[in-house]
Design a protein around this ligand. Structure first.
Ligand SMILES: NC(=O)C1=CN([C@@H]2O[C@H](COP(=O)(O)OP(=O)(O)OC[C@H]3O[C@@H](n4cnc5c(N)ncnc54)[C@H](OP(=O)(O)O)[C@@H]3O)[C@@H](O)[C@H]2O)C=CC1
Ligand SMILES: O=C(CO)[C@H](O)[C@H](O)COP(=O)(O)O
Length: 477
C-alpha cells in the first residue's frame, strides 16, 4: 500500500500543478486531483518522476490518500468554484482537517468561509500565493491567514515550499480570518501601481523622446542595478527586447488593452471603504479601465486635437529624471498600500505585522524588490511613522527626487502624454506635506447647502452658519 501523502492539491492548472511539483521536489508526498482528469494525467506523465505523487480521479480516493489531519490546498478559479470545491470536499473530511485556499479570493469570501468551516469543526486557511507560474514551482511568496494552530500544522511544508531570502522563508503567518488574502490583495494592488508606473516611464521614452523598444529595454536593464532593482523592472527589459517572427519588437504588436481579474479593483474598493487615500493604485486600476475602451480611444484620437511634441533623444539627465519620478512615485504607492493595511488591521481587528509582510515580499512574489529591504528596516527600527514617506530613508529619497519628478510630470502634461500614476502620486505628496489644505472651503460649502456643520481653528465644538437667513453662526455641539 502506498504511503499516505503529506498534503493534497486540488486544481492542477498552472498554479496548482506547479505548487504540487514544488512540494514533491522538496520531498513531500503530494496527493493530486483536478476536476478534469486530463490535467492530472498530464502532470503525472510529464512530471511524475519529480517526486512522490498520488493521483486520484475521484474526490473520496483523493482525500483518503492524505495523512490526517489532512492539509488540502485548493488552487482553482477564484469565486464560486472555491465554494463548489469546499462543498465537494466536506463529506469526505474529518474534524481538524485543513482546507487551504491558495487562489486570489476576495478577503470577505475568505472571512465567510473561515467561519462556515470553523462551525463544521474543519479548519480553513486563506493563503495568498504570489510568484506566478515560475514562483509556484521554484518558490513563491505565501501569505497564510486563519487560525494560528492550523497554520502551525502546515508550517513545515509551506515554509519549505516558499522562496528563501537570506535564509528566511517568504512565508509567515499573517493573522486570522481573511487577513492573508487581504495582504495578497494589497500586494496585487501595489503590483498594479508598479506596472502602471513602468508603463508611464515607457510611454515617455517612446512618445516624448521617440526611443525604440530595444533602446528603452537598455534603460530598464540599467535601472535593474540601482534603487529600482526589482523583478518587474527586470522583466520589463526582457519584454521590451523580445522580437516576434517578423524580427520586430513584440511589444509594438501587442494590443494596448490591459485586462484585470479583480484584485487591483478590490484593493481600491476597500481603500474607499476604509477612507484611505490610495491614489496611485486606484489610478492604475482606472488606467486599465481606460485602456479597455480602445474603440472609444481610436475614435477620440480622430476627433480631438492633440499636441504634436517635437521628439528629441533624451540626455542622461532626462533619463535620470524619469528614473527619479518613477522611484518617488513608487515610494508613494507602497506608502499608501502599507497605510491601507494598517487601516484594515484596525478596522477588522487583525494584528498585521507589516515588517514581516515586507520581509516575505522580498522574494518569490511579483513585486519583489531590493526596495522592500528598506521598508523592512523602517518597520524594524521601531520608529512608528504614520506614513512610510516620513521614515528617514524614504523622506530623503523622495525629497531628493522631487525636482525631477515635478519636471517629468510637467513635461508629460505639456506633451499631452498621460502619466496618471506619476501625477496622482505627486499630487498626494503635495497634499500630504501641507498642514493646511483647501478643505475648509469644502466644509463651508457643505454647511451652506446642507447645514452639515464645521469645526473652527480658534475654538472647540461644531458650528453652523445661517447662510441664507441672518448670516449668524450658532454652535451645534
Ligand atoms: N496564474 C497566476 O499567475 C496566478 C494565479 N493565482 C490564483 O490561483 C488560482 C488558480 O490560478 P490558475 O492556476 O491560473 O488557474 P485558473 O484560475 O485558470 O483556474 C483553473 C483551475 O480551476 C479549476 N476549476 C474551475 N472551476 C472549477 C469548479 N467549479 N470545480 C472544480 N474546479 C474548478 C479548473 O479545473 P478544470 O481543469 O477541470 O477546468 C482548473 O484546475 C486563481 O485563484 C488565481 O487567481 C494566484 C497567483 C498567480
Ligand atoms: O496574483 C497574481 C500575481 O501576484 C496574478 O498574476 C494576478 O492574476 C494578476 O492580476 P491581473 O490578472 O488582474 O493583472
Amino acid at each position: 500500500m502506498q504511503e499516505l501523502a503529506d498534503i493534497g492539491v486540488f486544481g492542477l492548472a498552472v498554479m496548482g500543478a506547479n505548487l504540487a511539483r514544488n512540494a514533491a521536489r522538496k520531498g513531500f508526498g503530494v496527493a493530486v486531483f483536478n476536476r478534469n482528469g486530463a490535467r492530472t494525467d498530464e502532470l503525472i506523465s510529464e512530471h511524475g518522476s519529480e517526486g512522490r505523487f498520488t493521483p486520484s480521479k475521484d474526490i473520496a480516493a483523493f482525500v483518503a490518500s492524505i495523512k490526517r489531519p489532512r492539509p488540502i490546498i485548493i488552487m482553482v478559479k477564484a469565486g464560486q468554484p472555491v465554494d463548489d470545491v469546499i462543498e465537494e470536499l466536506i463529506p469526505y473530511l474529518e474534524e481538524g482537517d485543513i482546507i487551504i485556499d491558495g487562489g486570489n479570493s476576495l478577503f470577505t469570501d475568505t472571512n465567510r468561509r473561515f467561519h462556515y468551516l470553523t462551525g463544521k469543526k474543519l479548519r480553513f486557511i486563506g493563503m495568498g500565493v504570489s510568484g506566478g507560474e515560475e514562483g509556484a514551482l521554484e518558490g513563491p511568496s505565501m501569505m497564510p491567514g486563519g487560525t494560528l494552530e492550523a497554520y502551525q500544522r502546515i508550517e513545515p511544508i509551506v515554509t519549505k515550499m516558499a522562496a528563501q531570502v537570506d535564509g528566511e522563508p517568504c512565508c509567515v503567518y499573517i493573522g486570522t480570518e481573511g487577513s492573508g488574502h487581504y495582504v495578497k490583495m494589497v500586494h496585487n494592488g501595489i503590483e498594479y501601481a508598479d506596472m502602471q508606473l513602468i508603463a508611464e516611464a515607457y510611454d515617455l521614452f517612446k512618445t516624448v523622446y521617440g526611443l525604440s523598444a530595444p533602446e528603452i529595454a537598455d534603460i530598464f536593464a540599467d535601472w535593474k542595478t540601482g534603487d529600482l532593482d526589482s523583478y518587474l523592472i527586470e522583466i520589463t527589459a526582457a519584454v521590451l527586447r523580445k522580437t516576434d517572427s517578423t524580427g520586430k519588437p513584440l511589444v509594438d504588436s501587442i494590443v494596448d488593452e490591459a485586462e484585470q481579474k479583480g484584485t487591483g479593483r478590490w484593493t481600491a474598493q476597500s481603500a474607499l471603504d476604509l477612507g484611505v487615500p490610495l491614489t496611485s493604485i486606484t489610478e492604475a486600476v482606472f488606467a486599465r479601465a481606460l485602456s479597455g475602451r480602445r474603440a472609444h480611444r481610436i475614435e477620440a484620437e480622430k476627433l480631438l486635437p492633440h499636441p504634436e511634441f517635437p521628439k528629441r533623444k533624451p540626455t542622461a539627465a532626462d533619463i535620470e529624471a524619469v528614473k527619479d519620478a518613477l522611484y518617488a512615485s513608487k515610494i508613494v504607492a507602497y506608502a499608501q498600500g502599507f497605510e491601507q493595511m494598517t487601516a484594515a488591521a484596525k478596522e477588522f481587528g487583525w494584528e498585521l505585522k507589516l515588517g514581516e509582510v515586507s520581509t516575505i515580499w522580498r522574494g518569490g512574489c511579483i513585486i519583489r524588490a531590493a526596495f522592500l529591504n528598506r521598508i523592512r528596516e523602517a518597520y524594524e527600527s521601531g520608529v512608528a511613522a504614520p506614513n512610510l514617506i516620513l521614515q528617514d530613508y524614504f523622506r530623503d529619497a523622495i525629497v531628493k527626487a522631487e525636482p525631477s519628478w515635478r519636471k517629468v510630470v510637467s513635461l508629460a502634461i505639456e506633451a499631452g502624454v498621460p502619466v496618471p500614476a506619476f501625477t496622482s502620486s505627486l499630487a498626494y505628496y503635495d497634499g500630504l506635506r501641507r498642514a493646511r489644505g483647501p478643505a475648509n472651503l469644502l466644509q463651508g460649502l457643505r454647511d451652506y447647502f446642507g447645514a452639515h456643520t464645521y469645526a473652527r481653528l480658534d475654538k472647540p465644538g461644531k458650528f453652523h452658519t445661517r447662510w441664507s437667513q441672518d448670516g449668524s453662526e450658532v454652535q451645534t455641539s
